[in-house]
Design a protein around this ligand. Structure first.
Ligand code: SF4
Ligand code: MSK
Length: 671
């Protein structure tokens, strides 16, 4: 491949473990996404949203003096249509994940998936309530759990194709928000319909008014955030347990020199939870020992990693841009993938090692990979088959290059756990969080989420913005690959608050014993963040709607269409959202940029901006947070008021080893 401008490993990644493996890739002449990004110049017309290929009279490239396509479509129409199409794909991906969870619950409840069951009956009751599923019979007796689970699964599946009315989960938003959606006509009718409606509009000769296209884009994305994603999160919690803090480690250093390494990668927890269970089976461990290994080391990449670290504490091997690097260690026997964010580049790389890439989803095959299709009715059996294959590869392992880097983390901050941590078992509430924001101890909240992008220095933007927010007493909540970046950087332990947080945030973290950056899960778990924001708005003191809260959402290193859907549903929910790393996919249209900023702010109270530089992301975020504080009449942020009180356990705790320290902090609080 012809090289134009190759970055050095240090210029490509901020992460030390990744730099070491990029150096190895150079030494053994193996190609990665980093190198391909250097070699491929992005098309500037497509990058600005100005290329339309929606019919065979095109592709029409609207540049220079060309301001209309062959059909007469304008720059604004083309840019809005391109954006809308990306959002439909993102919404479809999350929502189909949610649908698969609902089918697994149905199979389990009807006895066709014996390895699954209801692990959190409390969450089942709560979700039943949201979906109007009765939990008691006519005599007032509790219905059998599996009957409730079956009806919840059917009601959830009904949300995807509801014939009349609007979807149930709209009532989980603050009342004022629901009124805004109603008045604009953007309350989703059902999840699938809004996706199909929007795709229909983007066909040649349909919706040709940028604002009108973008209205439906908001509606489609809402069906993802408050529909497909929220159901995905809820049903995963029902099936696998609602997360609470656990201990774990993050970065490629979690790979083992002397155990069989199995990496689970993708998004859904269904198979990965079974593989984790299979890997703990004494029979499997014995089999691994019979092949010369000391045991089996599970670890994860991308959001499968986030699902299993949140519930089981399975270590995080890395985020999106580390999937190829993991194989380059030479220490991975099997990389087991399901759906989303799996680079095709892992297969030719795995061919150079003893590593087997195993695809498992009915929806995903990769040429050259081994396909073992997952079937819920024999989940554990298939999981054991996969684990055995990995073990069989261990004797073939050659030279290994596992970086030493890994950092401890405490993930598991479901919104239920945050309620509990702040309010206790009998008065679980976000009141203390609202109070801390109102007093100014916590200046505001940032939701820092999203992917890595091979075109920006891996993990650097995440590091910069998180450090700045913490210094400024801003609580950071995270999901996705952003969460993995922070975990690797050591921001997700309680003592990180002492080291990096400003005085007010530190007091709160000390008192509660929580990290200053909270890991809230996978990409679909951005719905947990919506739930927290809705609760903050209804708790009192921070206005009546999500748009009143001093909060900002961002994805500094985003790359996927799912990130666009997430950004859009957060805006439609009232949030100010910044996407970083570039000037964004609609930069060619002044009109669309105006509609997404002033236009959306006027309609829904949120706005979407694309900001390339980390410093500017931080500046605009803090400015927004302070503006919202002033609008609520809250005291101006003043760091000098804080830092003289708080629970002094943390300095003492720093004197004792990490494992014991975490036990002391979470010993009573964990499940
Ligand atoms: Fe060109 Fe219009 Fe066809 Fe798009 S839909 S490719 S702008 S002719
Ligand atoms: S995995 S969508 S790269 S966050 Fe959810 Fe990471 Fe982005 Fe995939």
């Amino acid at each position: 491949m012809a090289k134009k401008k190759a970055r050095t490993p240090e210029e490509s990644s901020w992460d030390r473990a990744s730099v070491a493996l990029l150096e190895r890739a150079c030494a053994i002449e193996m190609e990665t996404a980093f190198e391909r990004a250097d070699s491929i110049t992005p098309c500037p017309i497509g990058a600005d949203g100005l290329c339309c290929k929606n019919c065979s009279m095109g592709p029409c490239r609207l540049v220079g003096k060309t301001d209309r396509g062959v059909c007469g479509a304008t720059i604004a129409t083309v840019a809005a249509r391109n954006f809308a199409r990306a959002v439909t794909v993102g919404a479809a991906s999350h929502s189909d994940h949610g649908r698969d969870m609902a089918y697994t619950l149905l199979e389990a409840a009807e006895g066709h998936a014996p390895d699954y069951g209801v692990r959190d009956p409390y969450k089942l009751m709560e979700v039943a309530d949201f979906l109007d599923v009765p939990t008691k019979d006519e005599e007032g007796e509790r219905r059998p759990i599996n009957d409730i689970a079956r009806d919840v699964a059917l009601a959830a599946l009904g949300e995807f194709g509801k014939v009349r009315g609007e979807f149930y989960y709209r009532k989980r938003a603050p009342a004022k928000r629901q009124e805004i959606w109603e008045s604009l006509g953007i309350t989703p009718r059902n999840i699938d319909r809004e996706i199909v409606d929007l795709l229909h509009r983007t066909h040649i000769g349909n919706d040709q008014d940028a604002e009108h296209i973008l209205d439906q884009t908001l509606r489609c994305a809402l069906g993802d955030g408050w529909g497909g994603s929220m159901l995905g999160t809820d049903i995963s919690d029902i099936l696998f347990g609602t997360p609470a803090p656990v201990r774990s480690q993050a970065n490629l250093g979690v790979l083992s020199e002397d155990k069989v390494n199995i990496i689970i990668h993708g998004h859904e927890p269904t198979l990965s939870e079974m593989i984790v269970a299979a890997a703990m089976d004494p029979e499997m461990i014995e089999y691994a020992k019979s092949k010369g290994a000391k045991g089996i080391q599970m670890s994860g990449i991308c959001c499968t990693a986030n699902e299993t670290v949140m519930r089981q504490g399975v270590p995080l091997a890395g985020n999106f841009l580390q999937q190829e690097l993991a194989i380059l260690t030479g220490a991975v026997e099997a990389m087991v993938v399901d759906v989303q964010c799996i680079m095709q580049g892992i297969v030719p790389l795995a061919d150079k090692f003893h590593t087997e890439v195993i695809t498992t989803s009915r929806k995903v095959k990769i040429t050259g990979a081994t396909h073992i299709e997952f079937d819920e009715s024999k989940a554990l059996e298939i999981a054991k088959q996969i684990v055995r294959r990995a073990i069989d590869l261990f004797p073939k392992r050659g030279e290994t290059h596992i970086p030493e880097d890994h950092n401890p983390l405490v993930p598991g901050f479901s919104h239920e756990y945050i309620d509990y941590a702040l309010g206790g078992l009998y008065r679980g509430s976000l009141r203390p969080l609202n109070d801390a924001i109102m007093a100014g101890r916590i200046r505001g909240v940032v939701a820092n989420i999203g992917c890595n992008n091979a075109r920006v220095r891996h993990d650097e933007l995440f590091h910069h913005v998180v450090t700045e927010f913490l210094k400024n007493d801003i609580l950071v909540v995270e999901t996705g690959c952003g969460a993995i970046a922070s975990a690797k950087q050591g921001f997700m332990t309680p003592e990180a608050a002492l080291e990096v947080a400003g005085p007010g945030l530190r007091e709160v973290c000390e008192t509660v014993g929580m990290p200053p950056v909270l890991h809230m899960g996978s990409c679909v778990d951005n719905s947990r963040i919506l739930t927290v924001l809705a609760q903050m708005a209804t708790e009192g003191g921070l206005g009546e709607d999500i748009c009143d809260i001093p909060a900002v959402g961002m994805a500094p290193e985003w790359m996927s269409e799912k990130a666009l859907s997430i950004a859009t549903y957060c805006v439609a929910s009232g949030a100010y959202v910044i996407l970083g790393g570039s000037d964004g996919p609609v930069s060619g249209s002044e009109e669309v940029l105006r509609l997404m900023t002033e236009g959306w702010e006027e309609k829904v109270g949120g706005r979407l901006e694309f900001v390339e530089e980390a410093e500017e992301i931080v500046r605009r975020s803090i400015e927004h947070i302070d503006k919202k504080r002033a609008a609520l009449g809250l005291p101006e942020y003043d760091a000098s008021k804080w830092g003289r009180s708080g629970d002094r356990r943390m300095p003492d705790l720093l004197e004792i080893p990490f494992e014991e320290r975490i036990e002391a902090v979470y010993g009573l609080a964990g499940k």
